[in-house]
Design a protein around this ligand. Sequence first.
Ligand SMILES: NC(=O)c1ccc[n+]([C@@H]2O[C@H](COP(=O)([O-])OP(=O)(O)OC[C@H]3O[C@@H](n4cnc5c(N)ncnc54)[C@H](O)[C@@H]3O)[C@@H](O)[C@H]2O)c1
Length: 345
Amino acid sequence: MKILVTGGAGFIGSALVRQAVEAGHEVVNLDALTYAANLENVAPVAGNPNYAFAKADIRDREALDRVFAEHEPDAVMHLAAESHVDRSIDGPGDFIATNITGTYNMLEAARAFWTRRDKPEGFRFLHISTDEVYGSLGDTGLFTEETPYDPRSPYSASKASSDHLVRAWHETYGLPVLLTNCSNNYGPYHFPEKLIPVIIINALEGNPIPVYGKGENVRDWLYVEDHVEALLTVLGKGKVGRSYNVGGNNERQNIELVREVCRILDEMKPGAAPYSEQITYVTDRPGHDMRYAIDASRIRDELGWEPSVTVEEGLQKTVRWYLDNEAWWRPLWEAGAGKRHGTKS
Ligand SMILES: NC(=O)c1ccc[n+]([C@@H]2O[C@H](COP(=O)([O-])OP(=O)(O)OC[C@H]3O[C@@H](n4cnc5c(N)ncnc54)[C@H](O)[C@@H]3O)[C@@H](O)[C@H]2O)c1
């Protein structure tokens, strides 16, 4: 199958590109190469004849039409987005333009292409979204696919809007769409503005390890390669028009996660003192959702997907990767990737 992946030079998109090419698919990676992109992330498959790169911005409809006409994909997996909640607090405009208008452009370009080709049965448009669209949970309960949307940050509101557009294009025009809403991912090639690389790198650099608020916020953590397997499963076997929640069954308070990463670092690269001594509580993110937790029983029961990596194993692999790949993160870190955003509300 020839898959057009948008955002394939980012964190999850590049894992998808690598795994899809390795699984024998043809992949066209469409990416605008924003600050979050890095073509090093796809270097392991860049020489493969089944891989192609198309530099294009999803805000530019004509560029999208050109990519569809040139590459004629059998399926679209749409990941391109502005993805950092903290940046959405400082500058929501880019999130509206890319996540909402960009998704609208992708839907229209896909619909025009699909219609021109006489609406092939097997064509699919898989939209990759987040559990953050559901809002925030108390101490108990899980997000199901029926949970009403209640986004609370500019990022999650823009993703929720894009999900609504995708469903509308199915109901109104019959475009064969699928949606996934996934919990927090982590793993190799994670841009060092996000929590786990920020912990690892600050620990190694001897800096304070910043923990927002009291560190009590709970997230469900999924290893990125498991997420990619879920996406390929939904693309292959998902029911058109349906949404699938994807989660890791790994709920952790942020502070527990930070302590676990410090403990792994103590084992793999012992310092003069335990890394946990560097943990520093900092002002919380405005509107910081307290808890996200996913009920992933639909994708398990209907499609047979389950996470294969526990959070302990996934963190071990991730810490090992950052220790072995300083050449990847050092230039990003020195260019200021770890700088905090989203404090001026
Ligand atoms: N990271 C997570 O934990 C998580 C969880 C659930 C869902 N998601 C969703 O998965 C997708 C990928 O997330 P990620 O963490 O890999 O993001 P990322 O920020 O690492 O990568 C985003 C990619 O999209 C590209 N992009 C951004 N704007 C673009 C534009 N206008 N045109 C073309 N390309 C553009 C960037 O260049 C980058 O390569 C997003 O849609 C995100 O909402 C992420």
